[in-house]
Design a protein around this ligand. Structure first.
Ligand code: NAP
Length: 261
């Protein structure tokens, strides 16, 4: 029997994640739909014909349990990982900064780290980011730190933690950060895709790891007046999840085209 490729999507009980699952199922993938809310996750998976597994990307124990459950159920490995879970919170204070960075940046990082060993040859990793995460919103010094060719995972995590500490201390503007935890977290996500691809360049599995922007899409997060449908936003993500073997890695894309960040 031909291998049915296996995809896992985070934050998929609603919005773009759910639509990405629908589109991947339509392309013949076996889809593991994950969500932190078990009831809505199971309902979405049942309606679409996906398998459900619980995952709260903010909870390291939940990420570890998901990795173990996936290996148990699908020992042949994973072909596509879509790190989609994210929040855009109202307001701006230390709580918002910490929660946003923990879910959007660290949540994606810990999910990739936990599932990387299970990715098969030719595996694709998609980090759902946003053009709102624009490096031009950083001071010259912070931008130089993000752009440093030798930027390490530790240094990038340190920058994200520094943002939260600067917000707590009331000095984030003086320190060169924008007043948007969402923007900072997504700068981190796009930088993470670049860095992972760089560090895994010699990996024999020939993984393709990219960040994508779905565009401003009509979901709970994007709101009813967003310019594009959830279907179009999800298609921008699915493009990177279904790249050919010689497709790009380490980039940032919208609708299959390189995008500025
Ligand atoms: P959404 O409708 O608000 O859905 C967000 C999803 O993330 C929900 O399923 C939510 O689950 C999940 N989530 C949040 N925190 C989580 C956690 N700790 N663990 C697991 N799941 C968690 O937003 P969306 O528009 O579909 O956004 C999806 C992704 O696209 C996000 O990364 C977002 O930043 C990005 N994006 C969206 C737009 C846009 O215009 N819509 C534009 C650019 C980028 P709950 O139901 O449990 O809250």
């Amino acid at each position: 029997m031909p291998h049915r490729p296996l995809a896992l999507v985070t934050g998929a009980n609603r919005g773009l994640g759910r639509e990405v699952c629908r589109q991947l199922l339509a392309r013949g993938y076996f889809v593991v739909l994950t969500a932190r809310d078990e009831a809505s996750g199971r309902a979405a998976a049942g309606a679409l014909g996906a398998e459900f597994l619980p995952l709260d990307v903010a909870d390291p124990g939940s990420v570890t349990a998901l990795a173990a459950a996936l290996r148990d159920r699908h020992p042949d490995g994973l072909d596509v990982l879509v790190c989609n879970a994210g929040v855009a919170m109202d307001g701006f204070d230390e709580h918002v900064a910490r929660t946003t960075v923990d879910i959007n940046f660290f949540g994606a990082a810990r999910t990739v780290d936990a599932l990387l060993p299970q990715l098969r040859d030719g595996g694709r990793v998609v980090l759902v980011s946003s053009g709102v995460g624009d490096r031009n919103r950083l001071s010259a010094a912070l931008r130089a730190a993000v752009d440093a060719p030798d930027l390490s995972r530790e240094r990038l995590a340190g920058l994200m933690n520094q943002f939260v500490a600067d917000v707590r201390a009331g000095r984030h503007t003086a320190a060169g950060w924008p007043t948007s935890a969402y923007a900072v977290s997504k700068i981190g996500v796009t930088a993470l895709a670049h860095l992972l691809a760089r560090d895994l360049a010699g990996d024999p599995r020939h993984l393709r790891i990219n960040a994508v922007c779905p565009g401003w899409a009509r979901t709970d997060m994007g709101g009813p007046h967003a310019e594009r449908s959830a279907e179009a936003g999800a298609a921008s993500i699915v493009w990177a999840a279904t790249l050919p073997a010689d497709g790009p890695t380490g980039g940032f894309f919208r609708d299959g085209e390189p995008a500025a960040w």
